[in-house]
Design a protein around this ligand. Sequence first.
Ligand code: HEM
Length: 135
Amino acid sequence: MTEHGPISDPDRWLMGHPADSPVPEIPEDAVGPGKWMLMHNDLTVAVGPWGVSFGANLTPDDTGIGTWSFEQFKKAMTEGKYKGMDNSRPIMPPMPWESFKNLTEEDLRAIYDYLKSIKPIENVVPAYIPPAQTE
Ligand code: HEM
């Protein structure tokens, strides 16, 4: 984030939330239905009624989508399945997968081929944190 707004960092292109970047304290009282959702200053962490989600590593490293098949990518993008696996959890906001579910096979293939062509970056993104359970 700069004084002119966000700019992309080519050295970290699509690597998701950096593993070594601490998450500041979250003001839980501010978040919830009818209240706020929060976005971290670097735009890679979001907090809302769904919990805390971290921008995914979309680079072709093993810690990103390096081992993914096209079918996995398609399932993630069109069915909102984490890691593109049938029995995995739903992909959380703000990932707008519902907006992608009608993409053509050709467009999905083009995005997949592009992501597989960029620089692989090793980065284990922190795990999604579900909302705190209340009594
Ligand atoms: C063409 C554009 C996009 C592509 C190809 C894409 C691709 C993906 C994929 C494949 C995943 C699943 C990663 C996994 O299962 O390990 C994911 C997760 C995610 N995406 Fe996107 N995405 C796009 C746009 C966006 C946008 C616009 C946002 C935010 C405004 C976003 C935020 C996220 C977040 C926060 C996650 C992690 C969600 C979770 O852990 O449940 N994505 N994305």
